[in-house]
Design a protein around this ligand. Structure first.
Ligand code: FO1
Length: 325
């Protein structure tokens, strides 16, 4: 069986590890990862979601932080601060820096982000094909106000420097118009038996992936059923800043509102099915009335067993829906 997963960073990585443990030896997983969190900083190219997935599945992630490397040191970051570097707010770890240096060197040599990611994965062996959504530069920026003045800042500045504590007046995907899915991404969608949307942020993780021109058409044309996992449980984001972003865009922070935002595939949207948590079982009916099949199962990925079970439930749901298509 070929499973293709669209995912962002932390929540996506855990879900993917569950999918990896849920499939058999003859199955394969392709991950289409968000790259709109990426940024140039201190002269290196950082790809947070690619690295978080690669480190998590490769065993190098710091599990408490949820990003960056275990046994990390921050000498370079401290030295940058000593120089008064204005971007020293960015958590540039010394071990993590090596990843960015290799990526930057290869990009400077004319390699694509997909080629670089495949090379980095030779070391980490994540057990999945990790595919950047595009090889073109796309960056999420947040329209906000700082000290009363409207500003457009990179998502990482919003998230790290401002701790997502500034208003979200809008989200802009810089470079999206000129971006295109990579051939590997289009093949992963076309050849999939099942397509899953990880419980990642619908605005800044899943959103940019499906905003790449041509991506929605590829997903609509896929023979595979498309099933998503709600990142909202009990009216709150499980982790991260989904609620601030949803509020900023006028989307209710609920499992059914996110499903409606992604849309029913039969009506030109993305979803054949949507998994909600057992505590949101009452939302199954309104989601079904939006022509998206829905099911309530435990969504909290609090250990390997529950994470694997969630993946099993998602694949089973998709397989059942494929039988209906
Ligand atoms: N998140 C933080 O909250 N603080 C940081 O300083 C930080 C640095 C960082 C460096 C590399 C990397 O791959 C991720 C990093 N993250 C940091 C997480 C990152 O901002 C988020 O994981 C995604 O961009 C949102 O999912």
């Amino acid at each position: 069986m070929r499973v293709t997963v669209l995912a962002g960073g932390f929540g996506g990585s855990k879900f993917i590890s569950g999918v990896r443990s849920a499939i058999g030896p003859d199955d394969e997983i392709s991950v289409i990862a968000n790259t709109a969190d990426d940024l140039w900083i201190f002269g290196v190219r950082v790809s947070p979601d690619l690295d978080t997935i690669m480190y998590t599945l490769g065993g190098g992630i710091d599990p408490e932080r949820g990003w960056g490397r275990t046994d990390e040191t921050w000498n370079a970051k401290d030295e940058l601060a000593a120089y008064g570097e204005p971007q020293a707010w960015f958590g540039l770890g010394d071990r993590d820096l090596a990843t960015h240096l290799v990526r930057t060197a290869r990009l400077r040599d004319g390699r694509t982000l997909s080629e670089v990611t495949a090379e980095l994965c030779e070391r980490w062996q994540p057990g999945v094909r990790l595919l950047p959504m595009t090889d073109d530069e796309v960056e999420t920026h947040i329209v906000t106000t700082v000290d009363g003045r409207e500003e457009v800042i990179h998502f990482q500045e919003f998230w790290i420097k401002h701790r997502a504590a500034v208003p979200v007046l809008g989200v802009e995907l810089h470079g999206i118009e000129a971006a295109s899915p990579t051939p590997e991404v289009l093949a992963a969608i076309d050849e999939a038996d099942v397509v899953l949307l990880a419980p990642s942020n619908p605005i800044v993780s899943i959103g940019p992936i499906v905003a790449v021109p041509g991506m929605r058409d590829a997903l609509a044309a896929a023979r595979a059923p498309i099933v998503g996992v709600s990142p909202i449980i009990g009216g709150a984001a499980v982790r991260g800043m989904a609620d601030q972003l949803l509020d900023g865009l006028g989307i209710e922070t609920s499992a059914s509102a996110v499903a409606r935002h992604l849309g029913a595939r039969v009506d030109g949207g993305l979803l054949d099915g949507w998994l909600v948590d057992t505590q949101d079982a009452r939302e199954v009916e309104p989601i079904e009335s939006a022509r998206i099949a829905a099911r309530s199962v435990p969504l909290f990925m609090n250990d390997a067993a529950t994470t694997q079970q969630l993946a099993v439930d998602a694949i089973a749901f998709a397989t059942e829906l494929r039988a209906r298509r």
